[in-house]
Each structure stands twice: as structure tokens, then as C-alpha cells.
Design a protein around this ligand. Structure first.
Ligand code: AMP
Ligand code: ZN
Length: 664
């Protein structure tokens, strides 16, 4: 055996031992023997750097230091999950599903591991990169840290696809967490709060050898990619297991919502016997073809549902109610509480939402209140313990004027929240609007953060977002924590935002109720800010999916002289205030007024491309067949009931080629 073969064979052997120990939990050699072999391999690799392999078992000890984690765009987006809390929620979900898919639906029940989500990309069986969820579209690349986690295979076994992503959760098992804390207490260091935060904090440590010391695990739950040859979630999990991933064996395939509920009940009672924390169960439609039919909402897959366990509760004292002013002027009352431990974190504040909520709870300063924490970060106040109410307690009266600028508050009919109408000069509104303008999903201005915006406003350098474009490096340098380089970056970042397409600019303007989706619709329909600016209320409500509330808000926005001036300025600076010619060229009205259902698998075009094509040509994509459907574009493997329904309603069925040539 030559040296290269010797190295290879040691690597292979160690990999297998790793797998036996960490994945199968069934060691076949002692730790001591394992160490000897690892040292042997290390020595050989050191002597022969020409055989270096970034995925060798020796690389698990870490060592690489990352100063800045690279932002990386996910190949396919990492969605969130919709939540349910009761049997009714699940039954409603099932009803929605059954309207959209054909045939029986089976469900995969999985535990909802409470840690940090992670997307691992494998190419030719080797770990290529590991990226955090981030905002779902892009995250931070933390590969060096992830490699130190023993349950992450660096080299896959068996018959794996050439390239795919696999998603999972990085968790810190409770035993390991307690051990880490015992050590910290020994060293007179502050103990960590909970396993979940410690796990996600670990991923961003700069020194990977520090990460290697932490007993993290990676539990996998989903494979994504093209041409994977999978037909069900169940099969995906089985295969992932065979390739060497740790897929918890508690996952279970069931046939009904009743069985789902049995699973939920069982794990709600038994969750404390698991080695790691879970905060619920995730239910997924098992059949991947049905999953494909169901697709995604803007936030989450329609084919999956999280079932959250009942939250933990504690009681504490309400010390004060304060009021926050948001960027749209909306007022949010906040309960300031006597700090209390709840589900692993210290709770000091809770949202009270609005005046109605305060009235409903009849909550008063000095009350003892019950606080609950579900999955969300902000805890909720559930009720007041009336038995403990002091005799001299005074009912809460809601504020009448803005805590920031003193303007009298208004409350529009049918709205829950009070607003500060001082649009132009109320400080948190002024700052908040600019912060929204520069945010990632809006103008995504590199080198400029929310705090700097607040500072720029405070220093009187800007009053609204159009002022950003006149900032100079000289003006910015004297600001706190600014150096020449960061000032240059800031100014360049602002300049670069002039390339951001119209639909995002429209979102960035911060018109109330105009979110990302609405902005897209309006941009597509009106094509330029000028056209939108002169649209009447009546005209606006004729646009698909634009209701009166949105229309009203748009009209109001553009009726302000101040806003008109700002828009003129943006125009002058070269911000994109109309759809680019290129985009316009791809848009037609050929399918205007048509409602089209797309079903099945296509050959020359992906389903998403097909949908985009329909929308770009003015058509509407709809998910289920009704008498209003204009066409059904049918691909391969379309469900039989869709076809029957279309035939019954006399709806024209087109093949993908029919459709594409029709469009031409
Ligand atoms: P949420 O963060 O509440 O929107 O829930 C979505 C997150 O649940 C995902 O990003 C995953 O990180 C996590 N998760 C935990 N276990 C699972 C599972 N078995 N399947 C899917 N997602 C899971
Ligand atoms: Zn105000």
C-alpha cells in the first residue's frame, strides 16, 4: 500500500467509526483506539500536504478562523412554517389541502427541533458549504464551523444525487448544554441561558476550534434540489439516513389528522425524555407530487404545518405601560414587567397591542399578570390575576397624544390602533421611514444601517429618504464611529441603490399597506410612478387584488405635497421610478383577464417559470379549477380528478407546447 492509499484507507475507516458512534450510537472501537488512528492520520497528512482533503476526518477539530461570514444566496429559498395550536387548526388545514390536491393524503409527523436552521449543500458526495437560514433568501456561510459537528457527514455513502441541499437544525443536546454550563460556573463565567440560543450563537463563533469543543448535533429533515428521484418525504428521510445523515427515528408516517393528534399528544407528554429540546411537531404532506401541487405562500409551504406545544406560563407584576411609535405612526402599548424567568429567558416587556386589548384585559399598573411565551420572541400577557389586585388600583386610561411629539392621536374607524398623524415631523416616523427605505428587502443599501440613519436624522443631515442621495463623504465622516472607509462605502451604497428596480422602490417608499406583493402588482399595472400618482381611487380598486383600504392609502400618500416633492427629487437623482425597458419588453397583455390553472410536471419549462410567464403576460395563476378558469395547462402526472373536473366544466386543457405556441 502506498502512502496515498494508506491515508485514504485510514480516512475511510475513521469515517465509518464516526458514523457508527455518532449516527448509529453503536461504537465498535474504544475512544482510545479511535484517537490513536486519528493521530496516525494527522501525522501522515502533515508529512504529505499534497494529499490534503478539506473533508478528511482530521478537519473536524477545527482551527480555521473566519472574520467575516460570507453572505450566500440559497439555491432554493428556506421558508418558514405556518403554526397551528389545535385540532380545529389542523382540520382546517386538511380541508384547504384537499381542495387543492387529488387522492388520499398521508402525513409525515416529525419533531420540531428547537435550534438553528441550516442548509447544507453536497456536491459529488462532499460537503460543499453550510449556510444559515438568514432571511430565507440568503444566509451566512458557516462551513468551517459546521464541519466540526460530528453528526454532519463530510463524505456521503451509497447512491446520492450529484448535487443537492439538505436542511436541518443545529441543536445542542441538553446533557451537553448542562455540562458546558457546569464548566462556565466553575470558571466563574455567566452560564448560558438556553440550548437554542447557545446553538445558534455557536455557529457565528469566529474560531472553529471553539465550535469543535461544543457538543452540537445536526438533525436533518428535508432534501431539496433538482432531479432527485424522490417521491415522498418518507423516502427522502430514509435515503438521507442511508447516505449517512442523522435523521431522528421518531418521525412517523400516518394516514389521518387523528393520528397526527395522537403523535402530538404523545410527544407533548414525552418530550422531556428526548436528548434535545423540541417546541412542537411538524406535519408534512408525504407525497412530493402533492407537495408540488400545493406549493408555497409568500412565507411558508402550504404542504407543511407546525403544531406548537402549549406555551409555558408565569405570573409577574406590571410596573408601567409605555407607548412606542412605529414608522407609520402606529402606537403600540408596551407592558414593562418585573423581570421574570420564562422558558429559559428573562422577560421584561410584553406587547399589549392596542387600546382594545388593554380594555379587554382590564390591565392596570400594579396588577399581577400571567405571561406566556409561545414560539415567538415577544411574550404575551394572557390575563390579570384579579385576586391580587391592590385595592387602590386605577383603571388604565389610554394616552391621547403622541409620546414623541405631543400631537393628538387619531383612531380611524374600523382600525385597532391609534396613530400619530404628524407624518412629517414625528421623529420615530421620520427615522422609521428612512430605515424602512434602506432595509434589505427594499433598497438594500450596503454600508448604511438603522442606527446610522437615526444619527443622520439627529444631526440634521437628512430629513427624508431623498436627502440620502445628497450626502457627501465629508458630511458623514465626523459622525460617531465613522471612518473614511465606511463613509465612502455608505455613499457608494446609496449611489448603487439607484439601480434597484421600480417595484422595490415602490415598496421602499413605505406607503401604508403597500407590502412587497402589493408593490409588485401596482408596478406591473401602472408601470411608472407618474401613472400611479395620478390614479384615482376608482381606478386603483379595479386593479386585481387591490382593495379599498390599500387604494385609499395610496391616494393619500400621493396627495401629500411633501411626498410629491420627495418623489420629484428621487426622480432627479436617477432612482428607478418606472419599469425598465427590458422588463417592459417581456410583459404583454396577451393573457389579460384569463385565469389559468397549472398542474403536473413540465418538460421544457419549470412550473415556476410557467407561472411567471403567465403573470408577465397579464394572466392570473389560480390554484384550483372553477367555472371561472380559462385554461388548464396540463403537464405530466397531473391528478385525474383535475382533468375530470376540467372536462365537466368544459374548460380547455392545453399541453405545455400548446400553451407556449399560443403565447407566441
Ligand atoms: P419557524 O421558525 O417557527 O417559522 O419554524 C420553521 C423552522 O422550524 C424551520 O426553519 C426549521 O428550522 C425548524 N424545524 C425544526 N424541525 C423541523 C422539521 N422537522 N421540519 C421542518 N422544519 C423544522
Ligand atoms: Zn408623534
Amino acid at each position: 500500500m502506498n502512502t496515498k492509499q494508506q491515508i485514504e484507507s485510514l480516512r475511510e475507516e475513521l469515517r465509518q467509526h464516526n458514523y457508527n458512534y455518532y449516527i448509529l450510537d453503536d461504537a465498535t472501537i474504544s475512544d482510545y483506539e479511535f484517537d490513536i488512528k486519528l493521530k496516525e492520520l494527522q501525522a501522515l497528512e502533515e508529512k504529505h500536504p499534497e494529499f490534503f482533503d478539506a473533508n478528511s476526518p482530521t478537519q473536524r477539530v477545527g482551527g480555521a478562523v473566519t472574520k467575516n461570514f460570507k453572505t450566500t444566496v440559497h439555491d432554493s429559498r428556506m421558508y418558514s412554517l405556518d403554526n397551528s395550536y389545535s385540532k380545529e387548526d389542523l382540520l382546517d388545514w386538511e380541508t384547504r389541502i384537499k381542495k387543492m390536491v387529488d387522492g388520499d393524503v398521508n402525513y409525515m409527523c416529525e419533531l420540531k427541533y428547537d435550534g438553528a436552521s441550516m442548509s447544507l449543500t453536497y456536491e459529488n458526495g462532499k460537503l460543499l458549504r453550510a449556510v444559515t437560514r438568514g432571511d430565507g433568501v440568503q444566509g451566512d456561510e458557516v462551513t468551517a464551523n459546521i464541519k466540526t459537528i460530528n453528526t454532519v457527514p463530510l463524505q456521503l455513502k451509497g447512491d446520492f444525487p450529484e448535487r443537492f441541499d439538505i436542511r436541518g437544525e443545529i441543536v445542542l443536546p441538553i446533557e451537553g448544554f448542562l455540562k458546558m454550563n457546569a464548566e462556565r460556573i466553575e470558571n466563574e463565567e455567566e452560564p448560558y441561558k438556553n440550548p437554542r440560543n447557545t446553538a445558534s450563537g455557536s455557529l457565528k463563533l469566529q474560531d472553529s476550534s471553539e465550535v469543535a469543543k461544543r457538543p452540537l448535533e445536526c438533525l436533518l429533515y428535508s432534501i431539496v434540489g433538482n432531479n432527485l428521484n424522490l417521491t415522498s418525504q418518507y423516502e427522502g428521510l430514509e435515503k438521507a439516513r442511508a447516505w449517512g445523515f442523522k435523521v431522528p427515528k421518531e418521525a412517523k408516517l400516518v394516514k389521518s389528522i387523528d393520528e397526527v393528534l395522537e403523535y402530538v399528544d404523545y410527544w407533548d407528554k414525552n418530550r422531556h425524555n428526548l436528548p434535545y429540546e423540541i417546541d412542537g411537531v411538524v406535519v408534512k404532506v408525504n407525497n412530493l407530487y402533492q407537495q408540488d401541487e400545493l406549493g408555497f405562500t409568500a412565507k411558508a409551504p402550504r404542504w407543511a404545518m407546525a403544531y406548537k406545544f402549549k406555551a409555558e406560563q408565569v405570573s409577574t407584576r406590571l410596573n408601567e405601560i409605555t407607548y412606542q411609535v412605529g414608522r407609520t405612526g402606529a402606537i403600540t402599548p408596551v407592558a414593562n414587567l418585573e423581570p421574570v424567568e420564562l422558558a429559559g429567558t428573562t422577560v421584561k416587556r410584553a406587547s399589549l397591542h392596542n387600546a382594545d386589548q388593554i380594555e379587554k384585559l382590564d390591565i392596570r399598573v400594579g396588577d399581577e399578570v400571567f405571561v406566556e411565551k409561545g414560539g415567538e420572541i415577544i411574550p404575551k400577557i394572557i390575563s390579570v390575576d384579579l385576586t391580587k389586585r391592590p385595592a387602590d388600583s386605577i383603571p388604565t386610561s389610554y394616552i391621547a397624544s403622541c409620546p414623541e411629539c405631543g400631537t393628538e392621536l387619531v383612531r380611524l374607524e374600523g382600525e385597532a390602533k391609534h396613530y400619530c398623524p404628524n407624518y412629517i415631523a414625528c421623529p420615530p416616523q421620520v427615522v422609521g421611514r428612512i430605515q424602512h427605505y434602506i432595509s434589505r428587502k427594499a433598497m438594500d443599501i450596503d454600508g448604511l444601517g438603522g442606527e446610522t440613519v437615526a444619527l443622520l436624522v439627529k444631526e440634521g443631515l437628512i430629513y427624508n429618504y431623498s436627502d440620502l442621495y445628497e450626502l457627501t463623504v465629508e458630511q458623514v465622516i465626523p459622525l460617531e464611529r465613522m471612518a473614511e472607509k465606511s463613509a465612502v462605502n455608505l455613499v457608494n451604497g446609496i449611489k448603487a441603490s439607484k439601480q434597484i428596480p421600480f417595484e422595490r422602490v415602490l415598496f421602499a417608499l413605505g406607503i401604508r399597506y403597500v407590502g412587497e406583493t402589493v408593490a409588485k402588482k401596482l408596478a406591473r399595472h401602472y408601470k411608472s410612478i407618474d401613472a400611479l400618482m395620478y390614479a384615482s381611487l376608482l381606478d386603483l380598486v379595479t386593479v386585481d387584488e387591490i382593495g379599498e383600504r390599500i387604494a385609499q392609502s395610496v391616494v393619500e400618500f400621493f396627495s401629500s405635497e411633501e411626498n410629491k416633492l420627495i418623489i420629484e427629487r428621487l426622480k432627479g437623482f436617477g432612482v428607478q421610478l418606472e419599469i425598465s425597458a427590458e422588463k417592459l419588453a417581456n410583459q404583454t397583455d396577451k393573457l389579460k383577464g384569463l385565469s389559468i390553472v397549472v398542474s403536473g410536471v413540465f418538460e421544457t419549462i419549470s412550473r415556476n417559470e410557467l407561472k411567471k410567464l403567465i403573470e408577465d403576460n397579464g394572466g392570473k395563476v389560480s390554484s384550483s379549477i372553477s367555472s371561472k378558469t380559462s385554461y388548464l395547462v396540463a403537464g405530466d402526472k397531473m391528478g385525474p380528478s383535475k382533468r375530470t373536473k376540467a372536462e365537466k366544466l368544459n374548460i380547455q386543457i392545453l399541453t405545455e407546447l400548446d400553451f407556449l405556441s399560443k403565447l407566441k
